[in-house]
Design a protein around this ligand. Structure first.
Ligand code: S3P
Length: 427
């Protein structure tokens, strides 16, 4: 049995909804990683106390529009989710906030959230579309209807969160389903959005100024973190692991569907509901794998899992073709380019053709290369996992970013028999 930490997307949202509700929200299983702690600190600085009480986190909510002026800049570190969703909240409060982040976050596009938020009334100094920036929220935000130009749950969530701060109905239209934790959590806190499907599009409408009521929450296991362990079990002969309480939200489990299509031995049991999310226990055993075509429509449901899927593909027999990966280029690093480079330097046949990634496996993986991680936690974890089954060890240039999403990754892998040398940078 392996204990994998709580879901990052749900952890950020649990803290944020707790701050927007009235009363004390108690969260169990919060992911205690750098990204999530930065969100907690930001909310605290905005006047919503967040405290650790035993193995729970308690957030004292201030109600919609009840946040106050922070005294210093808010630092979101490496976290796009923290920065973008908080922009939606900041937009609806009469505060001026300086937002900063690390070099990775400071290079990522913020225009995708600032554009709709500007239509609603948020102002940003000097027209900046990257961090650092200074944002002026407003107590008089206006509702909009916004058609998502990119399949992004962060953009959807930022607009919906801002919409809660308007005196009307705000609608987000998405043509490809993205993770729906914001919608589910709105329902859990007592303000379920209206969701209609029409002409292949989804219309999500929130009514402004709801009374959100504090709730007790339990955060399920993160399928994006569990993916590294599942991948390790799939590629290392003799493996057999079980992960309890895995989040089974259909907008998040494309990776497991894909692994199964490749021949992986994965079974789910004990399905149940936890605080509005589906969870189950998962068992993964080693089995021979084969290359497949992964359709672009599946990308949003496994968008963070492509680096580790590409690693698995290197151990599968034949070609794995992964389509529709444009969004990978604007993650914590350009994950498409970085994944290809990491595979090639370790002797794997991998190529990117536009937004398509093609990996050809068949003869195991040579290894022996050093992978550049570009301040990207998932690059580090994907390639350390590759080193568990390659002929020669794999080296990654930096493991510090692992702490942004999965601080226990290396000890946990060690507990399963992995060997890391040096500062833990070689597997
Ligand atoms: C997230 C959405 C995804 C994902 C990120 C977390 C979220 O980003 O890559 O790790 O919690 O909403 P996009 O919204 O940019 O697709």
């Amino acid at each position: 049995m392996v204990k994998v930490p709580g879901d990052k997307s749900i952890s950020h949202r649990a803290l944020m909804f707790g701050a927007l509700a009235r009363g004390v929200t108690r969260i169990r299983g919060l992911l205690e990683s750098e990204d999530v702690i930065n969100t907690a600190k930001a909310l605290q600085a905005l006047g919503a106390p967040v405290e650790q009480v035993g193995d729970e986190w308690h957030v004292t909510g201030r109600g919609i529009g009840g946040l106050s002026q922070p005294e210093s800049p808010l630092d979101f570190g490496n976290s796009g989710t923290g920065a973008r969703l908080m922009l939606g909240i900041i937009a609806g409060n009469a505060v001026t906030v300086q937002m900063v982040g690390d070099p990775s976050l400071s290079s990522r596009p913020m225009g995708r959230v600032l554009k709709p938020l500007a239509q609603m009334g948020l102002e940003v100094d000097d027209g900046r579309d990257r961090l650092p920036l200074t944002a002026h929220g407003s107590a008089e935000l206006v509702p909009i209807e916004y058609v998502l130009p990119v399949p992004s749950a962060q953009v959807k969530s930022a607009v919906l969160l801002a919409g809660l701060h308007t005196a009307g109905a705000t609608t987000v239209v998405e043509s490809e389903p993205t993770r729906d934790h914001t919608e589910r959590m709105l329902g859990y806190f007592g303000a379920a959005p209206e969701i209609t499907d029409k002409d292949g599009k989804r219309y999500i409408t929130v009514q402004g100024e709801p009374d959100l009521t504090a709730r007790d929450l339990s955060v399920p296991v993160d399928p994006s973190s569990a993916a590294f362990l599942a991948a390790a079990a799939a590629i290392v002969p003799g493996s057999d692991i079980t992960i309890e309480g895995l989040l089974m939200n259909p907008t998040r489990i494309g990776f497991y569907e894909t692994l199964r299509e490749m021949g992986a031995d994965i079974t789910f049991s004990n399905h149940r509901d936890e605080c509005g999310e589906d969870v189950a226990d998962m068992r993964v055993r080693h089995a021979p794998l084969m290359g497949i075509n992964v359709p672009g429509e599946r990308a949003p449901s496994m968008i963070d899992e492509y680096p580790i899927l590409a690693v698995v593909a290197a151990f599968a027999d034949g070609r794995t073709v992964m389509e529709g990966l444009g969004e990978l280029k604007v993650k914590e690093s350009d994950r498409l380019a970085a994944t290809v480079a990491g595979l090639v330097v370790n002797g794997v046949d991998a190529v990117a053709d536009g937004d398509t990634l093609i990996v050809t496996g068949g003869d195991g993986v040579k290894g022996g290369g050093t992978v550049k991680t570009h301040l990207d936690h998932r690059m580090a974890m994907a390639f350390l996992t590759m080193g568990l089954a390659s002929r020669e060890p794999v080296t990654v240039d930096d493991t510090t970013m692992v702490a942004t999403s999965f601080p226990a990754f290396m000890p946990l892998m060690r507990g399963l028999g992995a060997r890391f040398s040096g500062e833990g940078a070689e597997a």
